[in-house]
Structure formats: structure tokens, C-alpha cells
Design a binder for this molecule. Structure first.
Ligand SMILES: Cc1cc2nc3c(=O)[nH]c(=O)nc-3n(C[C@H](O)[C@H](O)[C@H](O)COP(=O)(O)OP(=O)(O)OC[C@H]3O[C@@H](n4cnc5c(N)ncnc54)[C@H](O)[C@@H]3O)c2cc1C
Length: 226
């Protein structure tokens, strides 16, 4: 185990060096780090701290289980405590990572046999990119709700007929309006499993719509960001 004491903080294997920062929009970026030194299931999240700072926040793992790098997708929150600091990080800076956490992870036996609808608002797309990269053969439809088309993060990675972009503030997506408006008019096979991730308002509204369509609660998995 690598060990070095600096400013009373022990640098051990929970620290990772930022290798690359990809700026995807003015507010949203991804942090690429070395491969995770722990095993995780696609869909799980980590706790991420900045070296020398006492706070940490949760982030879904954006990369696939077998990817060379671990990556997270972050939106800078105006007046937020942590994300403006994350945004200022540069390649070579250290972050502290603990995990993996959460029950949103997908098992390979489910991925191989199931039919899935992924419903994401904003950066809530992160766990689904991990699932799609981990299980390239997975049978999914991804419904992504954002304000503008430019927020379709890494859209090219999803097969065109599997990715539905709902844009509330411009007309160039697949559907103009909130994703819940799109969802209301959809028909899904009875055996579909739904994974919902993002802000709580979207998740509560989507849960109601799926309940009205007759789906059982145990077919629906939720990860609430805020
Ligand atoms: C399990 C889990 C996984 C998460 N994964 C991700 C992820 O992959 N990517 C990601 O960007 N965030 C993710 N989050 C949210 C993240 O943990 C932080 O809450 C977020 O980055 C804001 O931190 P902050 O310190 O800047 O804001 P804070 O100072 O903590 O909060 C400021 C305000 O911003 C609100 N807020 C939090 N997130 C957002 C947002 N995205 N848009 C608008 N308002 C927001 C909070 O509710 C709060 O009212 C996740 C949260 C959880 C619980």
C-alpha cells in the first residue's frame, strides 16, 4: 500500500490522481481517474472528496466496470459548496474515493436476460452509461430529460433507436417537453424493469405514471440525487 504523510493526511489507496477533465457543457464535466481499486456493479455510486477538504459528495460511477479509467459526471451547482471546487480541479490533483455504495447496481444475470427502460434527468444518466458500457448487449431504452440538446452527454455512445432525448427548452431533441410528458404516452412490455435516476420531482412524477400504467413497485428501481 502506497503511504505518505502530508498535512496530517495519510495518502493511501483511497486517493486517486485526476488524469483528465472533459468539459461537456459550460456547467458539466467528467473527471477521469485511474481504474477503480475496488469491485463495483454498474449503477453504483462512490463518495468523492478533494484532498485537503473535509467534505465529500456522492457521485454515480460514469464508466463501465471493465473500463481503463474510473469516471464521474458532474454538474456544477450554482452556489453549491462542492461542485465549484470540483470544477477547478486540474489533471494531477488528488481526490479521495470511498465505495462502492448503493443498491442501484445491476447484476450480470439480469442484464443478460431483462428488458430495461432507463429514465434519467440531467446527470442522472451517469449510472446508465456505466450499465451500457458494462453490458453492451443489454436490451434497453434510455429516456433522458434535459433542458437543451447540448446536455445530451456522450449521446453518440447510445444506439440512436435506444436513446430518447426530451428537451424542455428547445425543439431539437426527440421530444419537446418534459420526459414525464413523453412517458405518459409510452407503452411498455409488462415484464419491463425501470431504472429511474435524477432529481426527486422527476422520480416521484415518473413513479406515479408507471403506477397508473399498472407496473409493480418491485419492477421499478430508483436513485435520487437531490
Ligand atoms: C447517490 C447519489 C449519487 C449522485 N450522483 C451524482 C452524479 O453522478 N452527478 C452529479 O452531478 N451529482 C450527483 N449527485 C449529487 C451530488 O452528490 C451533490 O449533491 C451535487 O454535486 C451538489 O453538490 P454541491 O456541494 O455543489 O451542492 P450543495 O452545496 O450540497 O447543495 C446545493 C443545492 O443544490 C441542490 N443540488 C444538488 N445536485 C443538484 C443538481 N445536479 N442540479 C441542481 N441542483 C442540485 C441540492 O439539493 C442543494 O439544494 C448524487 C447524489 C446522490 C445522493
Amino acid at each position: 500500500m502506497m503511504s505518505l504523510i502530508k498535512h496530517d493526511i495519510k495518502i493511501d489507496e483511497s486517493f486517486y490522481k485526476i488524469e483528465e477533465i472533459r468539459h461537456l457543457t459550460d456547467e458539466t464535466f467528467s473527471l477521469k481517474m485511474p481504474k477503480a481499486r475496488f469491485e463495483f456493479k454498474a449503477g453504483q455510486h462512490i463518495s468523492l472528496g478533494i484532498y485537503g477538504d473535509y467534505q465529500s459528495r456522492e457521485y454515480s460511477i460514469y464508466s463501465g466496470v471493465n473500463d481503463e479509467n474510473m469516471e464521474v459526471l458532474v454538474k456544477e451547482v450554482e452556489k453549491g459548496y462542492f461542485t465549484p471546487k470540483l470544477r477547478k480541479l486540474k489533471a494531477g490533483d488528488l481526490v479521495e474515493i470511498h465505495g462502492p455504495f448503493g443498491k442501484f447496481g445491476m447484476e450480470s444475470k439480469d442484464a443478460e436476460t431483462g428488458k430495461f427502460v432507463f429514465i434519467a434527468s440531467g446527470t442522472g444518466i451517469a449510472p446508465f452509461r456505466s450499465m451500457v458500457r458494462t453490458y453492451p448487449e443489454i436490451d434497453y431504452t434510455l429516456i433522458h430529460g434535459v433542458r437543451y440538446v447540448k446536455e445530451a452527454y456522450d449521446k453518440k455512445e447510445y444506439a440512436g433507436d435506444r436513446y430518447v432525448l426530451c428537451t424542455s427548452r428547445d425543439t431539437n431533441g426527440t421530444y419537446h417537453g418534459r420526459l414525464t410528458g413523453y412517458l405518459k404516452n409510452c407503452t411498455f412490455a409488462p415484464e419491463t424493469h425501470f431504472y429511474l435516476c435524477g432529481n426527486s420531482d422527476m422520480i416521484f412524477d415518473a413513479l406515479e405514471i408507471l403506477k397508473e400504467k399498472g407496473f409493480e413497485r418491485d419492477q421499478i428501481h430508483c436513485e435520487v440525487y437531490f
